[in-house]
Design a protein around this ligand. Sequence first.
Ligand code: PEP
Length: 249
Amino acid sequence: AGTGTFFVGGNWKCNGTKESITKLVSDLNSAKLESDVDVVVAPPFVYIDQVKSSLNGRIEIAAQNSWVSKGGAFTGEISVEQLKDTGCKWVILGHSERRHVIGEDNQFIGKKAVYALGQGLGVIACIGELLEEREAGKTFDVCYQQLKAFADAVPTWDNIVIAYEPVWAIGTGVVATPVQAQEVHVAVRDWLKNNVSAEVASKTRIIYGGSVNGGNCAELAKQEDIDGFLVGGASLKGPEFATIVNSVT
Ligand code: PEP
């Protein structure tokens, strides 16, 4: 960790019931969290209201997606206006499951980022390569293309956290080694320096995601350019999520 306030997000994905979320919120409310860490959780849309009204104010709420423009006749979508109305401060955009399972492309994701930022939400902007892309030596190229799509679209980086999430590490139990993660984080920071500005490069938090857990977070957090984590599976367990939050060094 080296840039800004350590940032840890919990992505609950499409998991949970009213009952399991009541328990998770209660565990989070009683967890001891280091004060100098930004902590956010991203519940499924239908539980945002429940979480907002029961979670203590220490933890902010993120949405897992948002509609690309003002709400209206878009059946099944959730607007940024609605997310703000229910108390969300952040939105995760470009998650690998949205890119590779649902089929969202760079341009669409960039437009979503512009709209969300314009309405005052912070954006957790996800990038990361597939296993076959890594094996073909294309890791940096893929990450740069995804970054460029954000950079070409957004007017400012003030409210963006970049999440580097190698797709082969997400939900697989195969975590990137600290060296592998650090290597890409440095490359991302260099890309920002060369293509956006030195100031944005030095201020933007770059967090790592992909099979982070209570056992591997400390070594990762020691890396100079790993400024936090985006956590899937392990964020569904309150005490383990707290361990990850508290791995800040
Ligand atoms: C994620 O979905 O952002 C993620 C990193 O998942 P997991 O921690 O389960 O690999």
